[in-house]
Ligand binder design. Structure first.
Ligand code: URA
Length: 233
């Protein structure tokens, strides 16, 4: 190899890295996160974590909730769905995605993927319902995140489908909206870099699909990518 070709290769490498960084910045990804403090739940298994969450008073939502909606499904699921927060039906029944939007998610899982709810794991960013289904507040998310982070750590899914902007932005640590994010895989980034990080597929929230049925086509494309990825073993 002569000096010219080494120089050529070097310049190509620099251009590729520059392009990659530019793309990441455009998508709203910033630098790697600061190292996280040790989670208070680092030694908890899923059962202990659930029991702890049932009595949680870490944020103001405990005062208005009826039940804590921890999550349901296979504790060893390869596929996890993460939504935003429980609504009225979920708050009443203690299970995520059981209302109208939940029925649609169940159809995606059962009719689209030929799986059952018991084959996957379903959870939310927030475990308690914000009154009137208002958007989660940042202190509520901060207080609740260690539960979801530990859930993901224990379940070790291969893929997390992030349902809607809120879940996608939280799981990917970005401010980019769902329309720009959806349809591509990104490594899970909530707790900084980890080996074998699950891949996150952002897609539209089922509640959005109820208002915009045309977007079901996009979600189906995203779900097909997830199925192909899971098939790769
Ligand atoms: N919307 C969500 O994001 N989660 C639920 O559990 C129900 C509706």
């Amino acid at each position: 190899m002569n000096t010219d070709s080494i120089r050529e290769e070097y310049l190509q490498l620099v251009a590729t890295v520059r392009e990659y960084v530019q793309e990441q910045l455009e998508l709203g990804f910033t630098e790697l996160q600061e190292p996280q403090p040790e989670s208070p739940y680092a030694t908890f298994d899923l059962r202990q974590l659930d029991a702890d969450a049932q009595g949680c008073t870490r944020c103001g939502l405990h005062a208005t909730r009826n039940t804590v909606v921890f999550g349901v499904g296979d504790p060893n699921a390869a596929l996890m769905f993460v939504g935003e927060a429980p609504g009225a039906d979920e708050d009443r029944l203690g299970e995520p995605f059981v209302g109208r939007a939940g029925k649609l998610l169940t159809d995606i899982i059962e009719k689209g993927m030929h799986l059952t709810r018991a084959d996957v794991y379903i959870a939310n960013i927030l475990k308690c319902r914000p009154p009137g289904n208002r958007n989660p507040a940042s202190d509520e998310v901060e207080m609740c995140s260690p539960y979801l982070e530990r859930q993901i750590e224990l379940i070790q899914p291969k893929v997390i489908v992030a349902l809607g902007s809120f879940a996608a932005q939280k799981l990917l640590n970005t401010k980019t909206g769902i329309t720009a994010l959806r349809g591509e895989f990104y490594p899970y980034g909530i707790a900084g870099q980890r080996e074998n990080a699950p891949m996150v597929m952002p897609t539209y929230h089922p509640a959005y699909l109820l208002r915009n049925p045309n977007a079901k086509r996009d979600v189906w494309e995203d779900i097909k990518k997830v199925m192909d990825f899971l098939k790769q073993g």
